[in-house]
Design a protein around this ligand. Structure first.
Ligand code: ZN
Ligand code: ZN
Length: 273
């Protein structure tokens, strides 16, 4: 390695920092720096039309070229394709939040690039090159928090909602069948199981919001209900029987999607008595 950017995996940079450290252009997914003899790869999940993804320890990165067939000899596709022999170091960043570049590290080709069919910006199905990249100094991608990951999914969800039927059809036809996998840090509530059991017994097989019987029974015969905190634990609610109810799965989803004041008052009254 000729150039050491002195960054740690997981460091978050701004675009100016990247240009300053790597002496590269402020734009684009593949930024060649002649001065540092390196190639900076930015996978911006908030903007890109591509679904770059980790499959465990390999990052599947889509090459350059927004319209028409991509070519391996085009611009930085070529630099990356030849990176094992041309002496150019390759550095990877990912963006989950607009303007925040998460440094992953120095990468190399894990295997030869391969072709996929994907719609271009004008919705024509064309050939793209996917570069399987692996980190040189680490075995896995830097671990991001669940919130950051969810923000990325929300942005993607919004973009999908905006797609026309035709564009959506083209995208799902050409999408890879393998789902991306990445590690995220999640916070788990270590909930008191005595409270859960008490609340279910109190509900006696009936949802406490719609009053219907549990929709089915589990294999052991217990009516299927889920326990729910009226004031969410994430908002400081107590893990106690006067803040917990048993709901059918529908009502439970409804409380998490709408959390209406009217339903909350109803449930609060119920646990008081
Ligand atoms: Zn219900
Ligand atoms: Zn809940």
């Amino acid at each position: 390695m000729e150039f050491d950017p002195e960054l740690k995996q997981g460091d978050i940079l701004r675009n100016d920092d990247i240009c300053r450290i790597f002496k590269c252009s402020p734009q684009g997914g593949m930024r060649r720096s002649r001065r540092k003899n390196c190639l900076v790869i930015v996978s911006d999940h908030t903007k890109s039309i591509y679904e770059d993804r980790w499959e465990n320890d390999v990052f599947h990165y889509t090459g350059m070229g927004l319209t028409g067939d991509q070519s391996l000899s085009f611009a930085q596709n070529r630099t990356l394709n030849e990176s094992q022999t041309n002496g150019v170091d390759v550095f990877l960043f990912e963006v989950f939040d607009p303007g925040r570049y998460v440094y992953q590290g120095r990468v190399m080709l894990a295997t030869k690039p391969y072709v996929e069919k994907q719609p271009d910006v004008k919705q024509y199905i064309r050939k793209v090159w996917i570069f399987p990249l692996k980190l040189i100094d680490h075995t896995t991608s830097s671990i991001i928090t669940e919130d950051v990951f969810h923000r990325k999914l929300t942005i993607r969800e919004r973009q999908a909602k905006k797609s026309s039927d035709e564009s959506l059809w083209k995208k799902v036809q050409s999408a890879p069948r393998t789902c991306g996998v990445r590690h995220v840090i999640s916070k788990q509530y270590d909930r008191n199981q005595d409270v859960v059991e008490f609340v279910k017994r109190r509900a006696n097989g009936f949802c406490q919001l719609c009053k219907n019987a549990a929709p089915f029974s589990k294999k052991d015969g217990e009516p299927f209900l889920e326990s729910h905190h009226i004031q969410w634990l994430s908002q400081g609610g107590d893990d106690a029987i006067d803040n917990t109810v048993a709901l059918c799965p529908n009502c439970h989803r409804k409380m998490h999607a709408l959390n209406s004041e009217k339903d909350k008052i109803l449930l609060r009254e119920l646990v008081k008595s």
